[in-house]
Ligand binder design. Structure first.
Ligand code: NAP
Length: 472
C-alpha cells in the first residue's frame, strides 16, 4: 500500500517538475512555475518519508534525519534567497549547484561504503556510484571555485594560464579513470573509490580555475547541468525513479541554457572550457580605437526630447541592476505612458550577468510582462522609434558586433538601437562594458550620452518630466 502511495506521490512530483520547467520559459508563468517546482520538491520529501513507513529499523532514525535535514536546508534556502542581491545571483546559483553536486557525491559515497544498507550491489549500482562520485565531485569543487572567482576571492595563478594546465588536467582525468576501473574491478574497493574522489575533485578545480570572469556564468550553467547528471546517477544508486527523472530534466535544461548563453555571447563551449581566461575588463576603448565624436547632453534636453516622442524603447543593462534603478525607471515610464507615449522594453538574451536578469529586475518594479520584448521581436521596430533610452547597457547595443569582423564581439546578436531617430545612453563615464571594447554607438550622430548613475539620472528625469507637465 505504501509502495503505491509513494509511486503516486513521485508521479505527481515529476509532473509538477516538468510543468515547472516548462513554465520557466515564459516571464508571465515563471513565478508560478517556480512555486510548482518547490511543491514538487516538498512532495519528493513526503514521498521519501512514506517510503520508510513500515520499515521498523529505519523508522524513527530515518524520519528524524529527513525532517531535520529538510528544515535546516529550507531555512538556509529562505535566508539566502531573501538576502542575496540580484547582482550576486550567479554566485548563488553556483553555490546551490555545488550543494547539489555534494549531495550526489555523499549519497554515492554512503552507498559505496555501506552497500547493504542502500542496496547498492550489482553492476548498475556500481557504475552509477562511479558516475555519481565523478560528476558530483567535479560539480562540487568546480562550483565552489566558480563562486569564489565571481566573488573576487580567488584569481587564476599564472601557471594555470599556460598549456601546463592541460597536462595537469589530463593527468587528473587519467587518475580518475584508473580509480573508477579499480573500483569496479574490486566491486567497490576503497583504494579505487578514494582515488576517484580525490582525482575528480582536483579535476573540478583544475578545469574551472583558469576560466575568466566573463565566461563564468556559462560555466555555472554547465555545472548546473552536471549537478542534474550527478543527481540522476545518484537516483540509480538509491533506486529513486524521481531522482533519475528530475536529474535528467535538470541536466538537459542546463545544457540547453548553456547553449543559449554561448550563442548570446558569441562564444563556443569549447573555447569557454579550454580557451582560458577572457577576463572582464573595464578599461575604455580596449578594442577598436578612441572615441572621436562624443556628444553629451543634460537630463533637461533628454526630458524635452522624450516629451515630444510618440514611441520610446527602453534598453536595460547591467548598470541598471547595479544602480538598482528599476523602481525609478518604472515611475519615469508611468509618466510617459500617462502622457500617451508608447513605451516598450528591449530585452537582450544576455543583458546583465545571467539569463533572465533584466526580466526579473523589471518584474520586481511591476513592469507589465507584455511590454518586455525579446531581441528578435523588437529589432525590426527600432527604425520606427523616436527615442531609445539605453540604461547601463553597453555590449548588447554595440553595432561593431555586426559591422567589424575584427571585433571580439563580431557575430554576437545585438539590439539595433542606432536605427532609432534619437538614442540616449545613460552611464557614469566612458568605461567599456563586459567585453572591454569601444562601443561604436557612442560615436554616432544620433547618440547623446547622459552621464551619471542610472538611478540619479532617472530621478532627475522624473523631476524634469513633472516640471514639463508630462503625464499630469
Ligand atoms: P555591460 O556591457 O557589462 O555594460 C554595463 C555598463 O553599465 C557599463 O558600460 C557601465 O559603464 C555601466 N554602468 C555600471 N554601473 C552603472 C551605474 N550605476 N549607472 C549607470 N551605468 C552604469 O552590460 P550589458 O550591456 O548588459 O551586457 C552584458 C554583458 O555581460 C555582455 O557582454 C554579456 O555577454 C556579458 N555576460 C552576460 C551574461 C548573461 O547571461 N546575461 C553572462 C555572462 C556574461 P560606466 O562604468 O561608464 O557607468
Amino acid at each position: 500500500m505504501t509502495d503505491y502511495l509513494k509511486y503516486a506521490i513521485d508521479l505527481v512530483a515529476v509532473l509538477l517538475l516538468a510543468l515547472g520547467i516548462k513554465g520557466l520559459s515564459k516571464v508571465r508563468s515563471a513565478r508560478g512555475a517556480n512555486q510548482l517546482a518547490a511543491v514538487a520538491m516538498g512532495l519528493a520529501v513526503i514521498g521519501l518519508l512514506v517510503n520508510y513507513v513500515g520499515v521498523p529499523t529505519f523508522n524513527t532514525q530515518a524520519w528524524s534525519w529527513i525532517v531535520g535535514g529538510s528544515i535546516v536546508g529550507g531555512v538556509l534556502g529562505v535566508i539566502t534567497a531573501q538576502r542575496v542581491p540580484m547582482t550576486s545571483m550567479p554566485e548563488t546559483v553556483a553555490l546551490f549547484n555545488g550543494c547539489g553536486g555534494m549531495s550526489s557525491l555523499l549519497v554515492a559515497l554512503a552507498a559505496a561504503l555501506e552497500p547493504i544498507a542502500l542496496d547498492a550491489t550489482g553492476p548498475v549500482a556500481l557504475v552509477s556510484i562511479v558516475v555519481s562520485v565523478f560528476v558530483g565531485s567535479i560539480t562540487f569543487t568546480g562550483s565552489i571555485v566558480a563562486m569564489a572567482k565571481l566573488q573576487g576571492w580567488l584569481s587564476t595563478p599564472p601557471w594555470m594560464q599556460s598549456r601546463l594546465r592541460h597536462v595537469v588536467n589530463i593527468a587528473l582525468a587519467v587518475a580518475a579513470l584508473v580509480g573508477a576501473i579499480e573500483m569496479v574491478r574490486t566491486t567497490g574497493g576503497a583504494t579505487g573509490l578514494w582515488l576517484l574522489v580525490v582525482a575528480s575533485s582536483l579535476l573540478g578545480i583544475g578545469v574551472t580555475l583558469p576560466i575568466g570572469g566573463a565566461d563564468m556564468p556559462v560555466v555555472i550553467s554547465l555545472l548546473n547541468s552536471y549537478s542534474g547528471v550527478a543527481a540522476a546517477a545518484a537516483g540509480f544508486v538509491v533506486g529513486s525513479q524521481l531522482l533519475v527523472v528530475a536529474g535528467a530534466m535538470v541536466g538537459a535544461a542546463g545544457l540547453i541554457l548553456t547553449q543559449v548563453m554561448c550563442n548570446g555571447m558569441n562564444r563556443s563551449l569549447v573555447s569557454v572550457l579550454f580557451g582560458g581566461a577572457l577576463g572582464a575588463s573595464s578599461s575604455s576603448s580596449a578594442g577598436g580605437g578612441e572615441y572621436t565624436n562624443i556628444t553629451s547632453c543634460s537630463v533637461e534636453e533628454c526630458a524635452l526630447t522624450l516629451e515630444a516622442a510618440e514611441r520610446v524603447i527602453i534598453v536595460p543593462g547591467y548598470g541598471l541592476a547595479v544602480a538598482q534603478a528599476q523602481h525609478t525607471l518604472r515611475e519615469v515610464t508611468r509618466s510617459l505612458e500617462a502622457a500617451g507615449i508608447d513605451v516598450t522594453y528591449a530585452i537582450h538574451p544576455v543583458a546583465g550577468r545571467m539569463p533572465g536578469h533584466m526580466n526579473v529586475l523589471l518584474a520586481e518594479a511591476d513592469v507589465p510582462y507584455e511590454q518586455l520584448k525579446e531581441m528578435d521581436v523588437i529589432n525590426p521596430e527600432f527604425p520606427a522609434t523616436d527615442v531609445v533610452l539605453v540604461l547601463g547597457a553597453n555590449d548588447v547595443v554595440n553595432p561593431q558586433a555586426k559591422t567589424d569582423p575584427n571585433s571580439p564581439l563580431y557575430g554576437m546578436p545585438v539590439l539595433d538601437v542606432q536605427q532609432a531617430r534619437t538614442v540616449f545612453v545613460v552611464k557614469r563615464g566612458m568605461s567599456a562594458g563586459y567585453s572591454g571594447i569601444k562601443n561604436d554607438l557612442f560615436d554616432l550622430a544620433n547618440t547623446s550620452m547622459v552621464f551619471g548613475d542610472a538611478k540619479k539620472v532617472l530621478g532627475d528625469l522624473l523631476v524634469e518630466l513633472k516640471d514639463l507637465g508630462v503625464g499630469k
